[in-house]
Ligand binder design. Structure first.
Ligand code: UDP
Length: 424
């Protein structure tokens, strides 16, 4: 039985925000895309998020059958992500209050995203008597094991919070087998309680297209050699690796100076907010500020134009639970050079749709980027395979698998009730 109505918790960021800056990224895209499709498949969705402005109405419609509920929890603006645990009680109280206004059984299930929502979801599970499905998106223990130099580790409160959610959730959703293994090995999750469900990509927005027209739109010369980074600008995403590699590339091939363009699309995020102009300064320090162009975050068709304009998209992250940007670039027929971390080896087929780099050393990255960017034959071969690889992912498939996971969660929930009855 499919749930009639799901409560989706997304405490720290709203699916209505523009991804690519601050706390808005792949998770926002994931929630918006799967919620739309859940509604199309007959499950209404109500997304609970924290209100971040006094201007926004308490309820907004994201799509037919998908509501966003902006719960007042703490000050509207200026609340750092690190302070959000202090608002868990207020957020959970807001969500419980909404449910209490309806007939019992209004929600059939809670699906929480990221550990903060998982904590509130745990309470909702208990109060509403419904299964809890949780998607971590990132895990503190994994993040801490792959920190960028100088980046601060995730706090213990998050590790403890994640351990509790793993213990309480009826079903955990992992993006890849790698993440599933992390949940089992590092967090003691029961293997049966983990469903591996790859995320998708919007194959109608992210399509191959006229690269020259895309360059024209962006003011980039038709014969330029374009390397692009797309994403939130923070040490974990390592856009500095691309800049250093571009500087090295120019050392090796000074003749490229007139042609090389490095596009960096996105806004500061996480610990990158402490020094929002650090990357611009790095470009100056490396002597490549004339070839690097910083563009503010953009969505949909305008983002697709960036991917189409690029010869190569770089994803140099230190950690990435999946890496939607890699998939979107490939869907546009652009090869990806990515770090061989987290879920990126699933998102990119090494040597087929892109190149994986084991490490973050400048020479390695300069080598990998130039091997693709300067070899037209290889680039075309990878580009052709890139779209094909991307089409093996789709948000509809992701959503159908989520519905299966919801059914499994219901069965697990019922089992846990029986166990409680026996032990009571
Ligand atoms: N994104 C966007 N506009 C931008 C930069 C990024 O819409 O200017 C989106 C991008 O399309 C992708 C998401 O943000 O869907 C980033 O997801 P990813 O999994 O690559 O990284 P995350 O943000 O989850 O760490």
């Amino acid at each position: 039985m499919r749930p009639r109505r799901a409560a989706v918790f997304s405490l720290h960021t709203s699916p209505l925000e523009q991804p690519g800056t601050g706390d808005a990224g792949g998770m926002n895209v994931y929630i918006a895309q799967t919620s739309r499709r859940l509604a199309e498949l007959g499950t209404e969705v109500e997304i609970f998020t924290r209100a971040t402005s006094s201007d926004i109405p308490p309820i907004a419609e994201l799509a037919p059958g998908v509501l966003v509920r902006n719960v007042v929890a703490g000050p509207f603006e200026g609340l750092d992500k690190n302070d959000l645990p202090s608002q868990l009680c207020a957020f959970a109280a807001g969500a419980l209050r909404v449910e209490a206004r309806h007939e019992p059984g209004h929600y059939d299930l809670v699906h929480s995203h990221y550990w903060l929502s998982g904590q509130a979801g745990w309470l909702a599970r208990e109060r509403w008597g419904v299964p809890l499905v949780h998607t971590a998106h990132t895990l503190a223990k994994v993040k801490n094991a792959n920190l960028a130099e100088g980046d601060s580790p995730e706090p213990r409160v998050r590790v403890l919070g994640e351990e509790q959610i793993v213990d309480q959730a009826d079903m955990l959703v992992a993006n890849t087998e790698f993440e599933a293994t992390d949940l089992i090995d590092r967090y003691d999750a029961e293997p049966d309680a983990v469903a591996t469900i790859p995320p998708g990509v919007d194959l109608e927005v992210f399509t191959p297209g006229d690269g020259v027209a895309a360059r024209e739109e962006l003011g980039v010369a038709a014969d330029a050699l374009v390397l692009a980074f797309v994403g939130r600008i923070q040490p974990l995403k390592a856009p500095d690796v691309l800049l250093r590699a571009a500087a090295e590339l120019l050392q090796r091939h000074p003749e490229l100076r007139e042609r090389l363009v490095v596009l960096v699309v996105g806004g500061p995020s996480g610990s990158g907010l402490e020094r929002p102009r650090a990357l611009q300064q790095l470009a100056v320090d490396l002597g490549i500020d004339d070839v690097v162009r910083f563009l503010p975050p953009r969505g949909g068709k305008r983002l697709a134009q960036v991917y189409r304009a690029a010869d190569v998209v770089a994803v140099p992250s230190h950690n990435e639970s999946f890496g939607l940007v890699a998939l979107e670039a490939q869907a546009c027929g652009t090869p990806v050079v990515a770090a061989a971390v987290g879920g990126l080896p699933v998102a990119v087929r090494d040597g087929v749709s892109g190149v994986l780099v084991d490490g973050h050393r400048t020479e390695q990255w300069a080598e990998a980027l130039s091997s693709v960017a300067l070899d037209r034959g290889l680039r075309h071969r990878l580009a052709g395979n890139a779209r094909e690889h991307a089409t093996t992912f789709s948000w509809t498939r992701t959503t159908e698998s989520l519905l299966d996971a919801y059914e499994q969660a219901k069965l697990a929930f019922n089992r846990s009730l029986r166990t409680e009855e026996v032990t009571a």
